[in-house]
Design a protein around this ligand. Structure first.
Ligand SMILES: C[S@@+](CC[C@H](N)C(=O)[O-])C[C@H]1O[C@@H](n2cnc3c(N)ncnc32)[C@H](O)[C@@H]1O
Length: 231
């Protein structure tokens, strides 16, 4: 198996809170509407790269088949348990750089906040192109940084850190021939306390404290960027 993946601290250390985070995004629903428009999976073969604990896999159940690929063995175990009752949905060990899939075997490939963060992701994108069938579509979902509460949090947390440069990421995607589609979505948590718990697995404590002092609510606005590559 691959040794080139990087553990994701948010979901790995706090899988239960990450589940709430995904629920808050799912409840808002606007990201899924946009994904359906750009790459509808109904009746098609879908691959979810870096599927984590498999939160989204059952939500693709109207695809003809669904495969989640995940390099972290602990998260993979959770994903497999989640979809065990769904005969056309499964999860396998692998990474973006090493997909356990035949050439041209998927119509739709998604990567949600996984691996594809700009420069350095060339190998993974090469693999995705290999497994995309002619006419297929790949969508990488990332933070937009342009506006909204989540972008404010990102900027507050990152400061001058050159590692996370949204302009460089966008330029990298343009160089790969990707289209960009911006989506105004949000999180809708159960309560302000729950939203704060979620924010604490994503951002430093002082960033979260500044944010909740300014704006204490159960929801936040979240601008996302979809990078779309057609096979
Ligand atoms: C922030 S989590 C998102 C999980 C899932 N996509 C979701 O939205 O619930 C990032 C995921 O990417 C996985 N990952 C890390 N390196 C990877 C790689 N090289 N290829 C594919 N996935 C990777 C992590 O193990 C983790 O499951």
């Amino acid at each position: 198996m691959t040794s080139d993946w990087r553990p994701a601290p948010n979901i790995r250390r706090h899988p239960e809170v990450y589940e709430r985070e995904n629920e808050a995004l799912a409840r808002d629903g606007r990201l899924d509407v946009a994904l359906r428009e750009v790459a509808d999976w109904r009746g098609r073969r879908l691959l979810d790269v870096g599927c984590g604990t498999g939160f989204w896999l059952p939500r693709y159940a109207d695809a003809s088949s669904v495969l989640g690929v995940e390099p972290d063995p602990d998260l993979l175990g959770a994903a497999r348990a989640r979809v065990a009752h769904l005969p056309h949905v499964s999860a396998e060990l692998g990474s973006a750089e090493h997909l356990p899939c035949e050439d041209a075997s998927f119509d739709v490939v998604h990567a949600r906040f996984a691996y594809f963060f700009g420069a350095g992701a060339e190998r993974g994108l090469h693999e995705v192109r290999r497994v995309l069938a002619p006419g297929g579509v790949f969508v990488a979902i990332d933070n937009a940084w342009t506006h909204g509460d989540f972008a404010d949090l990102l900027r507050d947390a990152v400061g001058g850190n050159a590692d996370l440069d949204p302009e460089a990421t966008a330029a990298w995607w343009r160089a790969q021939g990707a289209e960009r589609l911006d989506v105004d979505a949000g999180w809708q948590a159960d309560s302000a306390d729950e939203l704060e718990r979620i924010l604490r697995i994503e951002f430093p404590a002082e960033t979260v404290e500044r944010f909740v002092a300014r704006r204490r609510a159960a929801s936040l606005s979240y601008a996302m960027a979809l990078f779309v590559v057609r096979g």
